[in-house]
Design a protein around this ligand. Structure first.
Ligand code: DSN
Length: 439
């Protein structure tokens, strides 16, 4: 019965090994990615995946829950202590289901909800037109100003005009601190629930390098796999302010997750979340969070020195957005990937191109910080990015749709043959050897 993966299914084994090598030999700069610890991965690969446990600790629909209750309670207690909140649900499968659960706990179908527009950095689930959230709720999108900062004036005007039931604060591509306090004043004035989605910054909040929303919002959602350094997963937290607004809010959230939207929780995931939260309780976690931001600021400084244009001209957190010019995000992300540097193409505020051919790239420092890279290495990364940009400077993204296919085809061919990109690839590989992922 006991066969290793390699013995039983070499096909899958080799795919996993391939990905391991890719992560080991390249620089992962996608700001929502990180290398989870070996302990987190061990918990994820445990027999807890065998169990069904619909319900909550002490109130399950299946037997055999003594250990599952323990692990879920442990995760909840660790999260409560770390964030300073009275109620936590650790069962959401990920961030999007967590966000949808909050909608269904607080709103009726058709209620008005406000959130940050996707091209301005907001998340799909904050009401973007392609998301189911906009199908079931009447969603209004707010924006950033011409400098890339949240436009508080517009948010206030929209809130007063539409009187939404709920307002989201949080984003997937926003490089500045969120003004939780100002937004809470706006939400309170129109009697709206304020919900913070801190998926990107949860680890920074725990580490004390980003303001905490706890005092200002009613509910907080987060994924557990970004700066928090856990497995893929989600959490919903209710604050004292939330319970004051509605003493039933915690129960409503729990019921929205189960039985409202989900069946059995993923217990192996819960155990891995508990492990990640245990890691976040250690003093080293604060050091890591500080270094993530230091590295991002250093990378921003080095890129700017070399003439790269950054949205808002810098960063407060773990993330940077580069303005590459109309529709050029794809060229740069593909070329960088060829050179062993992975980031993602992304819209920038007021992007005139489309989300599929956006004008920017988004990059961040959590993954490389965990590997041990510091300010000195950020200088090298900035250099490589600029050398790749230099190679790509001839490529312009056509405004006229009919011309695009030809340009993209030529670009794809050239990128594969480019000698400078191959050279950078080797240099990146050499640096990565100095910073092994799992020592
Ligand atoms: N789109 C994810 C991210 O990369 O930030 C969040 O869902």
């Amino acid at each position: 019965m006991k066969k290793t993966l390699k013995e039983q299914d070499p096909e899958v084994y080799n795919i996993i090994k391939g990905e391991e090598k890719r992560q080991e030999e390249g620089l992962e700069l996608i700001p929502s990615e990180i290398a989870a610890s070996s302990a987190v991965i061990e918990a994820l690969g445990s027999v807890l995946t065998n169990k069904y446990s619909e319900g909550y600790a002490g109130k399950r629909y299946y037997g055999g829950q003594e250990f599952i209750d323990d692990v879920e309670t442990l995760a909840i207690n660790r999260a409560k202590e770390l964030f300073g909140v009275p109620h936590v649900n650790v069962q959401p499968y990920s961030g999007s289901p967590a966000n949808f659960a909050v909608y269904t706990a607080i709103c009726e179908p058709g209620d008005k909800v406000m959130g940050q527009s996707l091209p301005d950095g907001g998340h799909l689930t904050h009401g973007w037109k392609a998301s189911a959230t906009s199908k079931f709720f009447d969603t209004i999108q707010y924006h950033t100003d011409e400098n890339g900062y949240l436009d508080l004036e517009e948010i206030e005007q929209l809130a007063k005009k539409h009187k939404p039931k709920m307002i989201w604060v949080g984003a997937t591509a926003y490089v500045r601190e969120f003004p939780f306090e100002q937004l809470s004043k706006i939400a309170d004035e129109v009697n709206a629930y304020l919900v913070a989605d801190i998926a990107h910054i949860a680890g920074l909040v725990i580490g004390g390098v980003h303001k905490s929303p706890v005092e200002y919002v009613h509910v907080i959602t987060t994924t557990t796999h970004k700066t928090l350094r856990g497995p893929r997963g989600g959490m919903i937290m209710v604050t004292q302010k939330g319970l004051k607004k509605d003493s039933e809010l915690a129960n409503k959230i729990d019921r929205a997750v189960f039985p409202g939207l989900q069946g059995g929780p993923h217990d192996h995931q819960t155990a891995a979340i508990a492990v990640a939260l245990g890691e976040a309780q250690k003093p080293e976690f604060k050091e890591y969070a500080k270094q993530v931001v230091k590295n991002a600021k250093a990378l921003a400084k080095e890129l700017k020195k070399r003439g790269v244009k950054l949205v808002t001209d810098g960063t407060d957190n773990h993330m940077l957005l580069i303005d590459c010019g109309f529709g050029r995000g794809t060229f740069l992300s593909d070329a960088l990937e060829e050179a062993g540097i992975t980031l993602n193409k992304n819209t920038i505020p007021r992007d005139e191109s489309s989300p599929f051919y956006p004008s920017g790239v988004r990059l961040g420092t959590p993954f490389v910080t965990v590997r041990g890279l510091r300010e000195k290495e950020m200088e090298k990364i900035a250099d490589w990015i600029c050398r790749v940009f230099e190679e790509m400077k001839e490529y312009k993204f056509p405004k006229i749709k009919e011309y695009r296919a030809k340009v993209l085809e030529k670009f794809k061919k050239d990128v594969k043959q480019n000698k400078e990109l191959k050279k950078i690839r080797e240099e990146v590989r050499e640096l990565c050897k100095e910073f092994p992922l799992y020592k």
